[in-house]
Design a protein around this ligand. Structure first.
Ligand SMILES: [Zn+2]
Length: 595
């Protein structure tokens, strides 16, 4: 068995053991619609579901943006994994042992580098956690947490830890601890836990801080966030970005709170991870926090898979206001409803929840303003309603409206804002067009090319997709001579390869076609629409269809040959090649007899 056969076999084994509905359902809210499931696409902005999962075929397809594939391509795309990583992840979930994969040296190096970062972070989390739970020196950290209502259960479920003060445990508490586990110092540094000093030695990045392990969406520790005990600076410190930690994509708390968010269809975004913890201590299980960055469109998109509405619970100071304003375009572009709840001055979520309890937060969240209104009020406060002020407000609002991806939403907002400002709608819209230039590019791929083929050729493709086992007969019938269009050749090539590797099946064909290709989109749409794949009892019908297609191929082939012959005859006449002309005419006669 060759390496590629083996790889294919392992892949199929894992795929067959897995359930794509279950895996995707972790990230996307899916509802049953006939034989398939639909939901909001996690790969493009939309309000009505065009993302489908087909349980029979075990693949997904989005009619909006054309993304499609099997369980592996979903995980690769969603979590930005390599194929071997996605395979490993699915195998891990379904407890399948994988043989050592055959990888290129580069892949192997990359995976090793990431694996060791996961390991370093995991071991560090365990050391910090144990230290917080047991060390006498960590007593002040435990007291700090329990004073704020963080129970031992929560410390456990968030895997909270403590990085001790150097005066208690030295400057290399974690660095040495990890080195004792034979983890190379270079990797400890790469994970961001050790920092090199100017004398060539090392010291710990996190000192005298409560630490929160930051988990990716598969539950692995990828980084840490630390809050200082007391009033030192900086208040918050996070691990630097690494190959396994991308701040612009990860939200703290999303892994732990995903079920809570899903249950109430609403997520609350706070600014700091400690705020999150304290709200969680008061029973809020739907809170997330960015990790020392502003919200990004990736953040918004990752929330969309879990909820209908996002509430920004930000400080009422100017930094909080600006942060809320900056995030507006992302919510509009991703078509996620958002509201803004500003904390009273002098309060952060921590102090408010301690003073007023959970009710105080609930009141604030329930009374929050929709994003558009918030933006309007903010700008009015900023610029005033003088003529000059109105102009500035209009300019900034136009920019916000232009970011909205839904035309209906744009026109509603245009109507709303122009009325509020007392400006004619057309004038507002015109300013927007100037601003909106290049704001959004279409996420739709090029139109389907198979769909543009003549009807009969399309029928042939459809047939091949459902009944790949008849490929040989169609090839013998002249398939390639008759249909030379690129998309068809692409499908034939894939089917041939599949036939060599075993039994070709529609879903395997799908995952073989190039990502984002129109062929793949076509096949996915076909399979989704058809629902059933290789239904039993369809064999006889398939035979009939095959005969019809073969007949058509024969006729087409003949016609093509006839046309080619006529061209040669004309050419021979033109050049006056009498002998050749006679020969060709005889051929033509022969052909006619056989019809
Ligand atoms: Zn999509």
């Amino acid at each position: 068995m060759t390496a590629s056969h083996l790889r294919e076999e392992v892949k199929n084994r894992v795929r067959e053991a897995s359930d794509i509905v279950q895996v995707i359902g972790e990230y996307v809210e899916l509802k049953k619609a006939g034989s398939r499931l639909t939901g909001l696409c996690p790969f493009h902005a939309e309000k009505t579901p065009s993302f489908s999962v087909n349980p029979q075929g075990q693949f997904f397809h989005c009619f909006g943006c054309g993304e499609s594939g099997d369980v592996f391509s979903f995980l690769m795309k969603y979590n930005r994994l390599t194929f071997p990583e996605a395979l490993k992840e699915v195998a891990r979930r379904y407890q399948i042992d994988l043989p050592e994969p055959k990888l290129s040296d580069e892949d192997r190096k990359r995976i090793r580098e990431r694996d060791v970062l996961y390991r370093v972070n995991e071991e560090a989390a365990a050391i910090y956690q144990q230290y917080l739970a047991q060390s006498p020196v960590a007593e002040k950290a435990r007291a700090y947490l329990s004073d704020r209502g963080v129970s031992a259960d929560m410390m456990h479920s968030f895997r909270l830890g403590y990085a001790p003060d150097p005066s208690d445990a030295g400057w290399t508490f974690i660095t040495s601890g990890l080195q004792r586990l034979r983890l190379p110092i270079a990797d400890i540094e790469r994970a961001g836990l050790a920092v090199r000093n100017d004398r060539g030695g090392w010291y710990d990045r996190f000192r005298d801080r409560v630490l929160f392990p930051i988990l990716d969406m598969t539950g692995r520790v990828v980084a840490f966030g630390g809050r200082i005990l007391g009033d030192g600076q900086p208040k918050y410190m996070n691990s630097p970005e690494t190959p396994v930690f991308d701040k612009s994509r990860l939200l703290f708390g999303l892994y732990q709170h995903r079920d809570g968010i899903r249950a109430c269809r609403r997520a609350i975004v706070v600014e700091g991870n400690f705020d999150l913890l304290l709200l969680a201590a008061h029973g809020f299980d739907n809170v997330v926090a960015p990790l020392g960055t502003a919200l990004t469109s990736h953040h918004v998109r990752s929330l969309r898979g879990y909820c209908d509405e996002v509430v920004l619970l930000f400080d009422g100071d100017s930094a909080g206001l600006k942060a809320a304003m900056r995030s507006i375009p992302f919510f509009l572009a991703e078509q996620v409803d958002a509201r803004v709840a500003l904390l009273p001055p002098e309060h952060d979520p921590d102090s408010l929840v301690r003073e007023q309890g959970a009710d105080g937060i609930h009141r604030l969240v329930d009374g929050s303003a929709p994003l558009a209104e918030f933006a309007y009020d903010y700008l009015v406060k900023q610029h005033g309603m003088t003529l000059e002020g109105k102009n500035r407000i209009a300019l900034e609002l136009q920019e916000i409206v232009a970011a909205a991806s839904d035309p209906m939403q744009r026109s509603l907002m245009t109507a709303h804002f122009s009325e509020m400002l007392g400006i004619p709608r057309a004038q507002f819209a015109e300013g927007m067009q100037r601003q909106g230039k290049g704001v959004r590019e279409s996420s739709r791929p090029a139109r389907l090319s198979i769909a543009q083929l003549p009807r009969k050729q399309r029928q042939l493709v459809d047939f091949l997709v459902y009944y790949p086992e008849f490929l040989d007969e169609l090839l013998a019938g002249g398939l390639e001579e008759v249909v030379a269009a690129d998309p068809v050749s692409e499908i034939i090539t894939c089917l041939r390869q599949l036939a060599e590797e075993g039994i070709p099946s529609p879903d395997r064909l799908l995952s073989m076609l190039p990502e984002q290709s129109s062929e793949r989109a076509y096949v996915a749409e076909l399979l989704i629409a058809g629902g059933q794949v290789n239904e039993d009892g369809g064999v006889q019908e398939a035979r009939l269809m095959l005969d019809e297609l073969l007949q058509w191929l024969r006729a087409e082939k003949k016609q093509k040959e006839g046309a080619a012959l006529m061209q040669c005859i004309n050419e021979a006449q033109r050049t006056g090649d009498h002998d050749l002309l006679m020969k060709l005419l005889r051929q033509k006669q022969e052909m006619g007899k056989n019809t």
